[in-house]
Design a protein around this ligand. Structure first.
Ligand code: M6R
Length: 621
């Protein structure tokens, strides 16, 4: 939620900042803004709407000649105050000395605001961020410390989550970044620094980055006016952190572009054969019927001793956990439950010894999931992560982890990360199963089928036009059921989520057996259902559920296995997926459901990559 970008160096800041905002727009897109420091004065531009609006506005005012070698910028997902020009960041302090951008929430901002109002400060926005700008100014004015020290002292008073960038007009050669809870990455260029919420705005400038740790700050200062810039990293409690680890980015620029597709979502859907291949690569040893997860090797003994598991995540990530729940029980015989991260963090889980937590998160920054991991760690629960974004907070906080390796996922609706998450959680269950004596013939069979998945995904994508036609037929319905059982109960939830977030059609994901316990009363000719009914162990039951819907006048799209022509007689429309093992059907079933949501959203004229009210990375609770 919200993206921040900063530049300090000898070049013009504007190009890096505006491009950086475009890259970070997935994090929030209701308003954006930019502040440049030029000849001792701030130039601040803010605009409600997309980054493109800001860009147009700035260009119209400056004839494309915006100068300033220091600047900060922000793209917003509103928390405090409606999206508006005024509430957009950056925020300026009353005296005009401090400008700040902020991703996160200052929980105690009201009490600080009250004190500042008592001192005569005035506020123009509804944001918590403006309060922080004035708190910093107040401290700086009263204690006569430098800007970095004023920021540090202010942060000692703040409760909440934040990644901030701060500039002072009176100390133009300094930029400060600090973080607790929200991410911040510092890119180290030649005589210049780039700061951002993730590495995507940085990668085209430099591959060398530092991921700032929670509770720390980076101070970039020139040793003399216009001199060499020096970065100092320390904790907010004032302990110098010598030689912070410098990572080398591997992301390629092409991965961040649409590559000829009309939307990132479609590109990412079509990348799935490759992303599944990358998820599998190096992890299955087909001839030996074995599995390998480098990141888990160190913990093999503890993993073997685990007596129960909790899988946690939010949204799509949690739904893939529901698939994993069945796999862990079937393959490894470990009692497993799935928990919303938001709830795990706040309930008395009373987890006994030998409990493990598997946190699933594409971004690795979801606040709820991060809190769940932190809570588990405080209870000495072994934490594992399935995370896509390399170097993200969850990836760094968990005891051991597995990366998806699917590359950057830009569209807000998760597609290639979700199939990879579903696959990895099953592969992890298999890994546990092998450790616990799963018969060799069984694991060999599963591994063989896993290896086929990329080619099967390709086969589904070749028939995308069939789904495109279906989208035209179903685009005007206002409601949809997505139904499935066992491994595909989670799949149904995911199908419904994809449909609602992209197309804005109300969709419910429901266990198909649950339907007759109440939800079936909603069925009529205007309420179609997509039933996931591959020819598996519960096919006959799902067939009955379809008959029940048809008997009540409901329309049915059946998603079934290739070769099952019987469905053509029962359902109104049929989507086929290639045959695979029951536990792997969700991975294939996700793909036509993604296509359906995508094409319906396009038909309805929605902004598919950035659906209304959403943000890709949910870094607030
Ligand atoms: O980054 P995460 O995987 O932790 O994100 C979790 C959810 O916010 C995410 O899956 C969300 O539901 C997506 N928009 C689904 O398409």
């Amino acid at each position: 939620m919200c993206g921040i970008v900063g530049y300090i160096g000898k070049k013009e800041a504007w190009p890096a900042l505006i491009k950086g905002l475009e890259r970070l727009e997935y994090r929030g897109y209701d308003s954006s803004g930019i502040a440049l420091l030029e000849k001792g004065e701030f130039l601040i531009y803010k605009k409600k709407g997309r980054v493109a609006e800001l860009s147009k506005f700035v260009k119209s005012r400056n004839n494309n000649a915006l100068s300033g070698g220091v600047g900060i910028a922000h793209t917003r997902w509103a928390t405090h105050g409606v999206p508006s020009d005024i509430n957009a960041h950056p925020h300026l302090s009353n005296g005009g000395d401090i400008v700040i951008v902020h991703n996160g929430i200052i929980e105690n901002y009201l009490s600080i605001k009250k004190i500042l109002i008592g001192k005569g400060y005035k506020f123009v926005s509804d944001t918590d961020t403006e309060v922080l700008a004035n708190l910093i100014e107040d401290i700086k004015k009263n204690t006569k410390v430098t800007i970095d020290e004023a920021v540090r002292l202010a942060l000692l008073q703040v409760v909440g989550a934040y990644a901030i960038l701060v500039l002072s007009k009176n100390e133009p050669g300094t930029m400060i970044v600090a973080k607790v809870g929200s991410p911040a990455v510092i890119g180290i260029g030649k005589g210049e620094y780039f700061i951002a919420s993730d590495a995507t705005p940085i990668v085209s400038h430099t591959k060398k980055v530092i991921y700032l740790e929670d509770g720390s700050m980076g101070i970039i200062k020139s040793n003399k006016r216009g001199g060499k810039l020096i970065l100092k990293v320390k904790t907010i409690k004032n302990k110098i952190l010598k030689n912070p680890y410098v990572h080398t980015l591997k992301t390629k620029i092409e991965e961040l572009e649409k590559g000829g597709y009309p939307h990132f979502m479609l590109k990412e859907i079509f990348e799935q054969p490759e992303s599944l291949r990358n998820t599998i690569r190096g992890r299955i040893i087909q001839n030996k019927g074995n599995m390998k997860f480098g990141g888990l090797e160190k913990f093999k003994k503890e993993l073997k001793n685990l007596k129960q598991l909790t899988i946690t995540g939010m949204g799509t990530a949690r739904f893939t956990g529901l698939i994993g729940e069945y796999a862990f029980e079937e393959l490894a015989g470990i009692p497993t439950k799935v928990e919303y991260s938001s709830e795990f963090a706040y309930r008395n889980t009373a987890s006994p010894l030998h409990t493990g937590l598997i946190a699933i998160s594409q971004s690795g920054e979801t606040a709820d999931t991060l809190n769940a991991v932190k809570k588990a760690k405080s209870e000495k629960i072994l934490t594992l992560g399935i995370v896509n974004v390399i170097g993200s907070t969850i990836a760094r906080v968990v005891d051991a982890g597995i990366y998806n390796h699917v590359g950057p996922e830009t569209a807000v609706a998760s597609t290639k990360a979700s199939t990879s998450q579903a696959l990895l959680v099953i592969m992890l269950a298999l890994y546990f199963g092998i450790m616990r004596g799963l018969p060799r013939s069984k694991n060999q069979e599963i591994i063989k089928e896993i290896a086929k998945l990329p080619a099967l995904a390709e086969k589904i994508l070749k028939k995308a036009d069939v789904i495109k036609k279906l989208a035209k037929k179903y685009k005007n319905y206002n409601n949809f059921f997505f139904l499935g059982r066992k491994y595909n109960a989670g799949t149904a939830m995911e199908g419904a989520l994809k449909m609602k977030e992209c197309s804005y059609i109300h969709a419910e994901g429901c266990n198909s057996a649950e339907l007759k316990h109440g939800p079936i009363s909603l069925i009529d000719k205007n309420f179609p259902s997509l039933v996931i009914a591959p020819t598996d162990s519960i096919y006959e039951k799902n067939k009955t559920h379809i008959e029940e819907i048809k008997a009540r006048g409901g329309k049915v799209i059946a998603l079934t296995s290739e070769g099952n022509s019987e469905m053509e007689k029962i359902a109104d429309d049929v989507i086929y997926i290639p045959k695979t093992l029951e536990m792997l059907t969700p991975i294939l079933a996700f793909i036509p459901m993604q296509l359906l949501a995508y094409y319906i959203a396009v038909e309805r004229g929605n902004d598919v990559d950035k659906p209304r009210n959403l943000a890709k990375s949910v870094t607030v609770e």
